[in-house]
Design a protein around this ligand. Sequence first.
Ligand SMILES: Nc1nc2c(c(=O)[nH]1)N[C@H]1C(S)=C(S)[C@@H](COP(=O)(O)OP(=O)(O)OC[C@H]3O[C@@H](n4cnc5c(=O)[nH]c(N)nc54)[C@H](O)[C@@H]3O)O[C@H]1N2
Ligand SMILES: Nc1nc2c(c(=O)[nH]1)N[C@H]1C(S)=C(S)[C@@H](COP(=O)(O)OP(=O)(O)OC[C@H]3O[C@@H](n4cnc5c(=O)[nH]c(N)nc54)[C@H](O)[C@@H]3O)O[C@H]1N2
Ligand code: SF4
Ligand SMILES: [Mo]
Length: 724
Amino acid sequence: MATRGDMGTEAAAGLPEPGEDGTHVTFCHICEAVCGMVAQVSGGRIAKLGPDRDNPHSRGHICIKGPSMRDVVYDPDRLLRPMRRVGGPSEFEPVGWEEALADIAARLRAILDGPGSEAVAAYLGNPVFFNTLHWPVVFDFFARMKTGKLFGPNSQDHVSRMVANNLLYGDPLRMPLPDLADCDFLIIVGSNPLVSHGSMISAPRLREQLDAIAERGRIVVVDPRRTETAERFEHLSLRPDTDVWMLAAMVRTLFDEQLADLAFLDEHCVGWRALRDALAPITPALAAERCGLDEAAIVGLARDFAAVPRAVAYSRAGICRGRFSTLANLLLDALNMAGGKFCQPGGSMFGHALTTGSKLKGRPPDRLSRVGGLPSVISFLPGVAMPDELLEPGVDRVRALFMIAGNPVLSAPGGEALERALGGLDLFVACDLFVNESNKYADYILPTVTFLERAGATTLTFGNMLAPYLQYVRPVIEPQGDVRREDEIFGELSRRLFAATDVPVGEEILDGHIRIGAFGNAFGERPDGLTLDRLKRQPHGIMLESQSREERKRVGIKHADGKVHLWGDAIRDELARLHAFRDDGALRLFGRRHLMSINSWMHNVERLVRSQHPTLLIHPDDAAPRGIATGDRVVVANDYGAIEVEAELSEAVHRGSVCYPHGWGHDGGWRRANGAGGANVNLLSPTDPAAVEQLSGASLLDGIDVRVALAATPACPADGKGET
Ligand SMILES: Nc1nc2c(c(=O)[nH]1)N[C@H]1C(S)=C(S)[C@@H](COP(=O)(O)OP(=O)(O)OC[C@H]3O[C@@H](n4cnc5c(=O)[nH]c(N)nc54)[C@H](O)[C@@H]3O)O[C@H]1N2
Ligand SMILES: Nc1nc2c(c(=O)[nH]1)N[C@H]1C(S)=C(S)[C@@H](COP(=O)(O)OP(=O)(O)OC[C@H]3O[C@@H](n4cnc5c(=O)[nH]c(N)nc54)[C@H](O)[C@@H]3O)O[C@H]1N2
Ligand code: SF4
Ligand SMILES: [Mo]
């Protein structure tokens, strides 16, 4: 088998059954690091969750959120029975599964027989995607219903990166990764891995890897806030949503100063001359003015980058939700290309594919939103289109919605309109662990298992692992109360509505993917290869042998000519739009994450939430003319909304910008979270489909123009949506 090193015995013998007393092996499904954990079970309950030191990938790394999942499992506010809404929002009473499923199936049948499948939509939230063994059943159900309207966090997360991938490599899902193990100079643009634990990179011991790079070379963090990562390494602070200028000027500098690797560009890329010529007007002086940076800093960074052979630029969420995010992501890769850093040791390269060419069955074809004509990307329509899709009259208006593991009222733009829309649906079914700010409008909330009550595999993040690693885990405990797994729920709905006899089985699909993939046994042709059965016999998971860079490049680039495309009409048009854009110098709002938060959930866990206190970070130079001091109540407002929050003066944020975390302002069925304060920052995010990047439909979440002023009367919420 293509495994690396001695990764434990090929036997799961002695491991307890789910719920049995003893030590269980699992991994944390909260973030992309997928850290190995062990669970002590006693009397059928999880007594403790801790690090799995025998996990060959994370080798004992976890953060505080992993063990805190125990508090989620046993949270007194957790839903343990199906709930039916009997009054206004949050007014639920328990109902039996049979009654709930029968009513849902009957009402869905009526909608499908009436307005039809265009009237049915689904919002699939972030945690669904970690449930890799069961999502095939969920997608299969929506495919049977011919649901073309899928929503999710995509447009609030990485959609622009995907559009850039598609332009560059011919496939939205082809993500280049930084080769940290061999890198001597890393530029991080818009990511805070010491807090987020990495995104589009799955590497649980990232901090060690970054420290090692800094030891042998340099790390420069480009960010409007001196983040935890910036603090540890070098920081270059810029005005939010201006990176596109800096990156363009850096690429231009490489060409201008004969630092670009032209032979490399000729070998790997097409269109580089057109890109070079188009970037000529973006001088470092112009970029410096736009970004609030020194010209010398931009030129110096470009020169230093070119001079180090093993160097790479990496970006994440911080440059994905702006006005020019597709172009910014594309230029970041162009910098790697022009520097000759692609497909080189210590440079950027695609990750490993478990299987090549396998498409998620049931994923609907891409389409445009009804209002605004924004595109879906990998089948997901943009968040800004969601309220209109539910509210705007027409035969194809959404009347029935499924929301699984999502909370768009807090996580997406247009929370207020969305609340109105959710309240007016004919049928709204949610699957969640809690009553949250979105599903409190549901007709039914079907309670589901946590990842500790279901089997799982580390396949979501496999393609982004710097060192490929695979693990399958069994449930640690039996499902609590009367909760069910998503595959049970949606398999049952498929049977009731469509008399389905061929509902997919997640483990069979995974086994097939493993077998036909690069590491698999090819159904016996490569007897040493991997099968799901073999994987199961190595409970701590296995490290797989890396494929060569050349092989990954060959498989990774989907353009017919096998080259990276650095030019095209879309890029030309985006550059024209950039040149026409005028920054009026308003205060710009951007976000931050906290180690003890995960998006809009886990705020009900006392030990996580008690030390958190969301504040609006504002630079003293911006606070002084407004008469704002730390602790003051301030109103943050723009044309889209207003929130009242607490101010905190901080020199860590770039002058002319303010920073506030998302996922706060709770008003759901989680009592501790409701009392945690904070406000829903996404009420300030533009909801007009014309106001977002048309190419990707990315929500504008970082770099929003706002006004900030002292609140007129303390404790009098602006627009009724302030902190409690
Ligand atoms: N503790 C914790 N970990 C998490 C999460 C969480 O909520 N909490 N969420 C998980 C999820 S879903 C994701 S997608 C990942 C995201 O992973 P990351 O992208 O690493 O995480 P963020 O903290 O969002 O980092 C974005 C950074 O971009 C900066 N930024 C904002 N605007 C700009 C800009 O215009 N230009 C530049 N250069 N930088 C900008 C912000 O200051 C921030 O430091 O994190 C995951 N991990
Ligand atoms: N302003 C601003 N907004 C942002 C971001 C930002 O940086 N700034 N980040 C965006 C990003 S990157 C993301 S990914 C989104 C996330 O946004 P969403 O995906 O909409 O929501 P989450 O906040 O992750 O909430 C997840 C819900 O799933 C439930 N849940 C947790 N585990 C499970 C499970 O195993 N099964 C089921 N059925 N339910 C479960 C939780 O109780 C919670 O109600 O937020 C986005 N919103
Ligand atoms: S870093 Fe992410 S995967 Fe690891 S324990 Fe923390 S939340 Fe879980
Ligand atoms: Mo995300």
